[in-house]
Design a protein. Structure first.
Length: 133
């Protein structure tokens, strides 16, 4: 489910929602006798927002939340029962001409997979240049 909204001339908002489910009968690594139970579920919610300052300059804000659940009883191999990821990103873009742009941004990611020792956070500051040849 997604939409593209433009509430004002210089603002774009794009919400997206996705959900997936897999029952035991849909995968091969399922243990016998568990075919009707839900083996996997994933949900993702994303919000992209763009503020256009000029025709060549904009700022993009991206917020994304993802959650995954697995039923460990239904898998032959060990699986993480649940995990979640959160991403926040802010990027300034200056486009010089078609195919030539500069980007400066910051991204913060949190990952939690229900095992205390595997939780982590990552921050990135980046600068990127692209050009057409």
């Amino acid at each position: 489910l997604s939409a593209k909204l433009r509430p004002w001339d210089h603002v774009e908002i794009e919400p997206n929602f996705a959900s997936s489910r897999i029952n035991g009968s849909q995968i091969n690594s399922i243990q016998i006798g568990s075919k009707k139970e839900q083996a996997y579920q994933e949900m993702t919610l994303q919000l992209n927002s763009i503020l256009h300052f000029t025709a060549k300059d904009n700022v993009r804000l991206i917020l994304q939340e993802s959650r995954t659940k697995r039923n460990p009883r239904l898998y032959v191999q060990a699986v993480t029962p649940q995990s979640k990821q959160s991403v926040r990103s802010l990027v300034y873009t200056h486009t010089q001409r078609l195919g030539t742009a500069a980007y400066v941004g910051f991204t913060f990611t949190e990952f939690d997979n229900a095992i205390a020792s595997a939780n982590r956070q990552q921050s990135e500051l980046f600068v990127k240049f692209s050009w057409a040849m």
